[in-house]
Design a protein around this ligand. Sequence first.
Ligand code: MGD
Ligand code: MGD
Ligand code: MO
Length: 759
Amino acid sequence: MKDESAKLNITPPPETSAGIHAVTNALRHLFGKMGVVRATRGMLTLNQKGGIDCQSCAWPDPDHRTINEFCENGAKALSDEATRKKIGQEFFASHSVDELSSKTDHWLNQQGRLTEPLILREGSEYYEPIKWDDAIALIANKLNNLASPDEAIFYTSGRTSNEAAFLYQLFVRRFGTNNLPDCSNMCHESTSVALAESIGLGKATIRLEDFEQTDLVIVIGQNPGTNAPRMLSSLAAAKKAGAKMIAINPLPEVGLTSFVDPNPQHGNPFSVLGFRPAKLADIHLPVRIGGDMAVLKGLMKFLLERERRVPNSTFDHEFIAAKTEGYDELIATLDETSWDEIYTASGLSREQFEEAGEMIAASNGFITCWAMGVTQHVEAVATIQDIVNLHLLRGAIGKPGAGLCPVRGHSNVQGDRTMGIWEKMTPVFRDNLEREFAFDTPERDGLNTVESIASMRDGRAKVFFAMGGNFAAASPDTKAVSHALQNCDLTVQVITKLNRTALTPGRTSIILPCLGRSEIDRQASGDQFVSTESTMLNVQMSKGIFEPASDLLQSEIRIVCQLAKATLGDESEIDWDGFAADYDRIRDTIERVVPGFDDYNERVRVPGGFYLPNPPRERNFPTASGKAHFRPSVLEKIDLPPGRLLMTTIRSHDQFNTTIYGLDDRYRGIDGGRHVIFMNEADIAKHGLSDRQLVDITSHFDDGERSVSGFTVVEYKIPAGCCAAYFPEANPLIPLGSRAKRSFTPTSKCVVVSVRPAG
Ligand SMILES: Nc1nc2c(c(=O)[nH]1)N[C@H]1C(S)=C(S)[C@@H](COP(=O)(O)OP(=O)(O)OC[C@H]3O[C@@H](n4cnc5c(=O)[nH]c(N)nc54)[C@H](O)[C@@H]3O)O[C@H]1N2
Ligand SMILES: Nc1nc2c(c(=O)[nH]1)N[C@H]1C(S)=C(S)[C@@H](COP(=O)(O)OP(=O)(O)OC[C@H]3O[C@@H](n4cnc5c(=O)[nH]c(N)nc54)[C@H](O)[C@@H]3O)O[C@H]1N2
Ligand SMILES: [Mo]
């Protein structure tokens, strides 16, 4: 499945991210796939008020928008969806599923948009066309013949709009199950669990304008230059206003250290005209993989010692007394944690803690941003709670320029959860849903992603339905998840592009092709729009402008409504046809069920949309006691036997999750290949390997070993004992059983591996 190794070219990483190079790259992508006129139209509406909400990340849009509020990777996402290339029945008649399975993810994506519903019948080797009505009837029939609704799994990826997500969960719960796993289970679930316990709301407490008022930004376990490039403009604005920045990352990511704003209209002194890069991070702490908990405990311990030396110099005692609980317990655990443990686990020195600690102590307010480098670890929940602990000690929450900023990934993953896509339900949501629709919701919690895989593998779940995403490639333990899917009676994908999941089919498999966000959505009452929620709780409309890739595409909403009608039949009193005809009706219903959406239809039409209520931002903590909680924890050591390394999995600059746009990773100096393993110079020597050598990688877990072969060693600045490879190529190595405590997130950022010459 490799199409690249002969062409792999490795050079030192560049010193600067974004800038003019990124703009030209963006345009090349757009024009290449879409044609000049379409590309220009698309670009001019991306992230504009009333335009298309960019598919590529959940970073919010500024109030005052410039004409080009997009980045290189947003341009790639748009051109990838709005490509003119298409695949229909002729393509599938000439390529068997077996043949397609041997192609790379890059090749599959390049073939273009899906154009008609397809079915792979039991025993057949080829997908063939099927009429919409027949496909829907077949799925409904299968669902209705299950022994229990709990034998079906309904996955969601994070691109689904608020409106589609709300109806989808309504259908699933009315059908009778809470089996609603989603990509969030593999993403920021640790954040949601940690923040809900600590501050009563599992979301960010800041808004974009806080970046201009802050003294310090800490970016931990996140690579904004690639995965949220528009965030670099906020970081540059913070720096311009005099803020400091600390980057905590095993890799010296170029996007964290230096940046040229590609957007001259941002009025940045470092604009493309001047070509002078802005220095971003003042301090880079090259933490060992999985050492973040030790870093945070070290920073808190440093601040505690400082406070003890000069009382009232460091902690915000007024805030702590009035607004928090659990301070004494936190201090006790900090006292119990020794500096030696902290240095060993973090890989950092006393000087590094002093320098960073003084910077935090000197700030009036600071913001901490984090993403997958923190959430995908065994101790992720406790680590995120240590981020909160650090903020609470300094009173750095709920005041201008200070607060928590988990940076969500998919462009509406946060909105989907707000709309009830979750294997559980809050009591308020359950009550409101039952009142609005007069039915008893299923009581039992459903299955999350990891539990769903186990359930399909063991034959307990028999139907897998996916609203977007690429479950087979995105999940851990590729072999296990493929077997699990193939063990189902029926698998269904609502998707835009052919992907690996459609090629690891159940006994029968159906592809339902849907509209992308950039396309016009025409329904009985006229052209429709949808809405999404950014990582900072801003809800906005998104309206497509392009003619759909095919007349046979349907909106996600219409698909849900058809399926609900066919499955629930006369049993359902819900007006599915009305919802599909006019999305305003869905929003009117959401308003009655989900708190914070008052006057939804009116406010979402205001340019720029509206913000959902955010009590922690006002220092009101909606926990049981009304106070924020210090959550102490014990520093857990990661056992690394001799000869082993800790491996993390990362995204390249040329992919969106499992969608591979190209084979380059410009900011890390990689050109033409993805099967690489980044290793420290000393480790390469210690393992008797050499730079550019081909190797096999084996992961070790208590249930056995997993291997991949044919990866090229790349010598890189990464702490000793650590290594990195790309997601999803390294996913076969991630054990299904290894997950974050309490959030069940697969530990994709911390896998114990050994490396040996390719055999
Ligand atoms: N262009 C583009 N944009 C995207 C995506 C994409 O694939 N492409 N994906 C979207 C999604 S769904 C998400 S969730 C986000 C993901 O955004 P990120 O979280 O930024 O993505 P990752 O590449 O997984 O890498 C995280 C960073 O964590 C670092 N890291 C790895 N292990 C550790 C560790 O143990 N400790 C610390 N401190 N750091 C560590 C890595 O070096 C890397 O810099 O981006 C979203 N936006
Ligand atoms: N090893 C490792 N594994 C990881 C991660 C990691 O860092 N390391 N990250 C995890 C994270 S953070 C996430 S979020 C998951 C991502 O998991 P998923 O969300 O399941 O995967 P994606 O690759 O984003 O999904 C891409 C597919 O979505 C479909 N699609 C695109 N646009 C639309 C649309 O508008 N509607 C519909 N219905 N379908 C659409 C396309 O067919 C495309 O093939 O992966 C997780 N897996
Ligand atoms: Mo994600």
